[in-house]
Design a protein around this ligand. Structure first.
Ligand code: SAH
Length: 451
């Protein structure tokens, strides 16, 4: 028996898919790259923008003929297209789907395959399927021993309600996972060879704030830091309003916590930020970036930006352009505003920036950011950086620096899971190349950033 998983969207979905895969393998299914060979197909979907939702529909339609040819095929629609609410409309629209599962919940699929209803969550309780799954089953067999870097959800859902965002409607209210569950998962992953963990949450720096007696993110990082076999720790996504000095100090003081912060600004203009209900101003964001750089000197910073939010004028857009130009961040994930049914902005604000104009703004930021990142990365030419190697892709080893920059090294040596200092020989905006220098293995890492 074979299964196939298709994943769209955020790292939370990647983590969810991994969990479904391992649950299926526990039931005796084996992974296949080819959907046409599979007995079970999981589509793990994203609806954060219309383009992602359209991809899910495209995939779904493409499975219809397969299901007609193979009536025993089990199709599981999972993730944010399903959401936490009732699935009747989806069931009517896609009658050939066998199982509907909300984000982060493999339960309905397992219940369907085993005919055992005990896998179904009581949705009146705090939804936390992961906690009840066997610790040894976190990584699918076909990835065990190969997976160097794993994602661990630490906060489910989101209660922030940014006006454009559909995630709270699809993933439910904010729920921090108990620290004991997280540690059990970290240990289990470490036993299976994982070297790096990335803690996930829609607003990860709110970890613990919904459970007054639990640890906060700083404390959680300190606890995970004690795990000997985990060599690197990351976390994302942070919200500017919750990123406090304690967290900056924690990142600065714990050597395994990597100097890379993902903290979206979304827009540079204060009126647009207020319309988005983000809860901070451009000035506050600038101060935050300055503080992060002061506390964590070699820190790289990533941001997210939405262009063409309802009513965004040219002048307001140029505020975003100026902030990005001034701050010289390491990564900017750009998106064109996409109205999402049910959100405040879709209900109350007209999507009045033409697509053409959204594209123009997008490209302006894209060009600016490419220039900035090219310059930042060029500063690394000839420098030594420590890279954790994750996999071999087309003959080259692929890894990441502490600041999360992508590095490729050509070598016959087996670098899987190793952290090795290398010398950068070529840099581009999206990746770099480097060569091994074994004589440096015993030297301390060299400062990576030169801005
Ligand atoms: N919770 C995280 C990630 C949210 S989704 C956060 O708050 O940052 C990832 C990104 O998608 C967001 O940061 C935002 O830039 C983008 N996004 C969310 N909703 C969107 C929408 N309706 N239209 C366009 N981009 C959107």
């Amino acid at each position: 028996m074979k299964y196939h998983v298709w994943t769209e969207g955020c790292q939370m979905n990647v983590a969810d898919s991994q969990r479904v895969g391992s649950a299926l393998e526990h039931l005796g299914y084996r992974f296949t790259e080819k959907p046409e060979d599979a007995d079970v197909i999981v589509l793990n979907t994203c609806v954060v923008r219309q383009s992602a939702e359209d991809k899910a529909y495209g995939r779904l339609s493409s499975l219809r003929p397969l299901k007609e040819r193979k009536p025993n095929l089990v199709i599981n629609l999972m993730g944010c297209l399903v959401g936490i609410r009732d699935t009747d409309t989806l069931k009517q629209r896609f009658p050939y789907v066998d199982v509907f599962s909300p984000p982060s919940d493999p339960g309905p699929l397992i219940a369907h395959l085993t005919q055992d209803e005990s896998y179904l969550l009581d949705r009146t309780e705090t939804q936390n399927r992961y906690a009840v799954m066997d610790d040894e089953l976190l990584i699918p067999l076909h990835e065990r021993g190969k997976l160097v870097s794993a994602h661990i959800p630490v906060v489910y859902g989101c209660s922030h309600a940014c006006t454009y965002c559909i995630i709270p409607y699809k993933r439910g209210i904010e729920r921090s996972r108990p620290v004991t569950d997280i540690i059990a998962e970290v240990r289990s992953l470490a036993l299976q060879g994982v070297k790096e963990v990335t803690l996930l949450g829609q607003i990860v720096d709110r970890y613990g704030k919904d459970t007054p007696d639990g640890p906060n993110l700083s404390k959680l990082l300190q606890i995970i830091h004690e795990e000997e076999n985990i060599k690197r720790i990351r976390f994302l996504t942070s919200h500017p309003s919750y990123f406090d000095r304690e967290l900056m100090e924690t990142v600065a003081n714990l050597p395994k916590v990597m100097p890379h912060i993902e903290v979206p600004i979304q827009a540079g203009d204060n009126t647009v930020l207020a319309n988005m209900k983000r809860g901070y101003s451009q000035e506050e964001y600038r101060e935050l970036v300055a503080a992060i750089r002061e506390y964590i000197p070699d820190c790289s910073i990533a941001t997210d930006i939405i262009v063409g939010f309802p009513g965004e004028t040219e002048e307001q857009f140029m505020e975003t352009y100026r902030v990005l130009s001034d701050l010289r961040l390491d990564v900017a994930h750009l998106a064109r505003y996409s109205p999402r049914t049910g959100t405040v902005s879709a209900r109350r604000m007209e999507d009045n920036i033409p697509d053409q104009e959204k594209r123009r703004r997008f490209h302006l930021l894209e060009e600016l950011q490419e220039q900035i990142v090219s310059e930042i990365n060029a500063g690394l030419l000839g420098k030594h950086v420590e890279v954790l190697f994750e996999e071999k892709v087309k003959g080259r080893w692929k890894g990441r620096t502490p600041t999360n920059k992508l590095v490729f090294v050509e070598t016959d040596r087996d670098l899987l899971g190793k952290i090795i200092p290398v010398t950068v020989t070529w840099t581009g905006p999206w990746s770099m190349q480097a060569r091994l220098n074994p004589e440096l293995v015993s030297l301390p890492p060299v400062k990576e950033h030169s801005r």
